[in-house]
Design a protein around this ligand. Structure first.
Ligand code: AHG
Ligand code: MN
Ligand code: MN
Length: 326
């Protein structure tokens, strides 16, 4: 079986890639953590893993038992890979530095262990997001263009792993024997779309460009964009991004007057950077409005950012509205 044939195991596919030392082991460890997270989600209503945990994370958000378990599973599996120096996680105030086993620890992982956690208790798709960087514990803050790999999983009707090393984007599905197998070796995002995703309850806070864009979408065929749009908002970024990778679309969590002071809603290092790398590698685009997301140099690990990503022509339409708004 060639390494791009549907059904190829993740292990065989990784072995056929030309990767720097430790990278395949890191992806393998993340995939193992995600398979365990998937299993825990499947039975969560039976095992008491629903509801809130009673603690808050560094962002001041209520943690769910599955947020904490997912974070612990990332640490457990990454600890088995000696080349990993550190883990940045949404659920950890500070980066976790693994004990130094030798001087080759030159990989950093950043993750959102469970994204969309408000959707856990209602059995709507959630996921995990991750980014892999080169460097030791002193190199945590790097621009998005420095990422070696990025990926996410979706825990829904099927458990999927979407992975890129920057050139193409592969889709794996967790099989019934708990092995990830290749479902599509090269996903591409359709360039054009007529589907957008935004939390429209935030409309009173939107900036001029977002307001103009959504008004244009709502105006349909008679409006400035000359076509009828559809709106879909899951509330789990992984699920919204996955839909966009499968059939096109655009996702917006723009800077608005309420989130501006914090820099946005979504987190740069472990949400926006990996999703931007994946979407660009699939032929799409990812911007803050005025700027390409991957070009940002982070100042801190939990920094927030505005995110607009998806089908290239639609993101360019929005970029133009930002340029016109000045
Ligand atoms: P998390 O569960 O990791 O905190 O992330 C939730 C994020 C993202 O998944 C989603 O797009 C967004 O929050 C949903 O925001 P709203 O609550 O405004 O819908
Ligand atoms: Mn998240
Ligand atoms: Mn999360």
């Amino acid at each position: 079986m060639t390494s791009t044939a549907p059904g190829t195991t993740l292990a065989d596919w990784l072995a056929a890639q030309d990767l720097r030392p430790g990278l395949a082991d890191t992806v393998t460890a993340i995939a193992a953590a995600c398979a365990e997270i998937s299993a825990a989600l499947r039975t969560a209503p039976l095992t008491g893993l629903t509801g809130v945990a009673g603690s808050t994370n560094v962002q001041g958000e209520a943690q769910k038992p599955l947020d904490i378990l997912s974070n612990d599973l990332f640490i457990k599996h990454l600890a088995k890979v000696p080349r990993i120096s550190s883990l940045i996680s949404e659920e950890l105030n500070q980066a976790h530095h693994f004990p130094i086993q030798d001087d080759t620890a030159d990989l950093i992982v950043a993750c959102d262990p469970l994204d969309g956690s408000s959707n856990i208790d209602v059995n709507v798709t959630v996921g995990s997001v991750f980014s892999i960087l080169a460097g030791g514990r002193d190199a945590l803050l790097q621009p998005g263009t420095a990422q070696l790999a990025a990926g996410y999983t979706t825990y829904g009707g099927s458990t999927n792993l979407v992975l890129t090393f920057g050139k193409s984007v592969a889709l794996f599905t967790l099989d019934t024997d708990d092995v990830f197998r290749l479902a599509d070796p090269a996903i591409t995002v359709p360039v054009e779309t007529a589907e957008y995703a935004i939390n429209s309850a935030r409309q009173p806070y939107w900036d001029a460009a977002t307001t103009r864009y959504v008004e244009g979408c709502l105006a349909g065929e008679a409006g400035p964009f000359g076509k009828r749009y559809n709106m879909r908002w899951v509330g789990s970024m992984v699920a919204d991004v996955h839909r966009i990778l499968m059939r096109g679309g655009v996702f917006l969590y723009p800077l608005d007057s309420e989130t501006a002071a914090k820099g946005g809603r979504l987190r740069l290092v472990y949400e926006a950077f990996p999703m931007a790398m994946i979407v660009e590698a699939a032929g799409g685009a990812a911007i803050t409005g005025p700027q390409r997301i991957l070009d940002i140099a982070p100042r801190e690990i939990h920094q927030r950012v505005a995110v607009i990503l998806g089908s290239k022509a639609e993101v360019e339409r929005i970029a133009k509205l930002y340029a016109e708004a000045g």
